[in-house]
Design a protein around this ligand. Structure first.
Ligand code: GUN
Ligand code: FE
Length: 473
């Protein structure tokens, strides 16, 4: 049966404009789970007629009429999250990156050598992420093959769209949590890719995809990066994720470790962090670079040339005192940007928190630095259309699946949220009776800044109802 929704809809259109449609009719194909068609401004009296024009009758469809105070929007795309760090969320906040990894992160991730531990942690974690409205997630897994198979199975069973990667790290970590050799790291990576592609009969269109995951340059020897780059060159469809330019000490140490291993820039300047990844062929259209807080001008140009995308993780950037990324500058340069929760550098699994902190970060970045051109993203804080774009379509752009998901448009997968800003009795005004629910855009803004998972009634991926408040007992 086709699923047809009738009611309000919001969707990103560009970085600065969104579609706001108060009475839309949206049809999801029962075979593909894709959005078949959308009609806007449908008056209730015209409903049957519009359906009939599409060869449908009310009796033959699964029909959902949205109430006043409800709307459909595309699901969130979390471009950077460490599921193996969720038990640490909210702790270790006294440290900056490198000490935080040593004292908090590596000891926890090491526990994932036990598949049962992985199952116990991952099962509620994936459920919580889905219920928080994340329909696509880039999972930055731990280093152990077994735990990542457990994760891929769970994500596959729930039906979330995701990239699952086993992190590569063969140095600069304690003995109890370092891969014994380059060969071991590469072999386990091959095995996970093979395992994930074996989960469905048609791996190219599967919801769960493998992703190459060098932790960061510091934790990979040059020959490991070389091998991963060769693997990537042999498989252009393979998405890549890593960290870039997050913290000042990290950047200095990266340059120190690689300055004698990659060719220096022709202009005689010192090597750059992004230049390290580029030297090993790891920067390309489907590379997701988390953080990018302290990019040099040359690095911005390099990312632009390679069409690589940035995962902006403002909660984590604040929490680990990494810095305040100048996202407006990247947007002005035409670099693809999505949002990431980066748990447990970030302390919240909800993309709503990432949206809120992206707004605050953009206000901070523009507070004392007025930019000459008032039209630029760099000159002012990010508005609601931009924040919505970054949390949805921007993520799809960064993951290089812009035509599959990220907005509610015909031909794309129905990866969507049914959001309700009504209270539990169904009355509008969860946030007080003076809130004007007539304004759909105001409703979206209030949801983005004051909402939580109680407002996410249903979560759909590829047309399938997989989570949200209504799925809980
Ligand atoms: N850089 C290398 N590993 C990590 C990690 O686990 N989290 C963050 N935020 N940065 C990293
Ligand atoms: Fe991270």
């Amino acid at each position: 049966m086709h699923k047809v929704f009738y009611g309000a809809l919001v969707s990103p259109r560009t970085l600065s404009a969104l579609t706001v449609s108060p009475s839309a009719l949206l049809c999801v194909s029962h075979t593909s789970g894709d959005i078949e068609w959308i009609e806007h401004d449908v008056h209730p009296s015209a409903l049957r007629g519009v359906l009939a024009n599409h060869g449908l009758q009310l009796d033959d469809i699964e029909f959902t009429e949205l109430k006043h105070g409800e709307f459909l929007m595309p699901g969130f795309i979390d471009t950077h999250l460490h599921p193996c760090q969720v038990p640490n969320a909210g702790s270790g906040q006294e440290h900056e990156l490198l000490d935080w990894l040593k004292h908090y992160t590596f000891p926890l991730e090491a526990k994932f050598k036990d598949d049962d531990f992985a199952k116990r942690v991952y099962s509620p974690v994936v459920r919580r992420i889905v219920d928080a409205g994340t329909t696509t997630c880039c999972y930055f897994g731990s280093q152990q093959l077994g735990a990542n198979k457990v994760l891929a199975d769970l994500v596959h069973d729930i039906g979330q769209r995701a990239f699952v990667g086993k992190c590569n790290m063969n140095r600069e970590a304690p003995d109890y949590y370092v891969e014994p050799s380059t060969a071991h790291s590469v072999e386990a990576t091959h095995q996970l890719i093979h395992y994930i592609r074996g989960l469905t009969p048609r791996p190219e269109s599967a919801l769960v995809q493998p992703i190459l995951t060098p932790r960061f340059a510091i934790s990979c020897t040059p020959d490991l990066l070389q091998s991963l780059g060769e693997l990537a060159l042999a498989d252009p469809s393979l998405t890549i994720q890593t960290h870039l330019s997050e913290n000042a000490s990290e950047i200095a140490y990266t340059k120190e470790l690689f300055k004698d291993h990659i060719p220096p820039p022709a202009d005689g300047k010192e090597i750059t962090y992004a230049g390290v990844y580029d030297a090993y062929h790891l920067l390309r259209e489907n590379t997701v670079l988390a953080h990018a807080v302290h990019l040099e001008d040359e690095e911005i140009e390099l990312l632009h040339r390679r069409k690589a995308g940035v995962s902006h993780c403002p909660t984590s950037n604040f929490n680990l005192r990494s810095g305040c990324a100048k996202i407006g500058v990247l947007l002005d340069r035409g670099i693809k940007v999505g949002l990431g929760t980066d748990v447990s550098g970030g302390f919240s699994l909800s993309m709503l928190t990432a949206v809120q902190h992206a707004s605050v970060a953009s206000k901070l970045a523009t507070l004392h630095h007025p930019c000459p051109s008032a039209d630029s993203f760099a000159s002012r804080h990010l508005g609601i259309p931009t924040l919505l774009y970054l949390a949805t379509q921007g993520g799809a752009d960064v993951c290089n699946i812009p035509r599959r998901t990220g907005s509610l448009d015909p031909g794309k997968a129905f990866d969507a949220l049914l959001v309700s800003v009504c209270d539990t009795a169904g009355n509008p005004g969860l946030w007080g009776s003076d809130f004007d629910l007539e304004e759909l855009e105001a409703m979206l803004e209030r949801f983005l800044f004051c909402g939580d998972d109680r407002n996410i009634r249903r979560v759909y991926v590829q047309g399938k109802f997989i989570g949200g408040k209504e799925s809980r007992p």
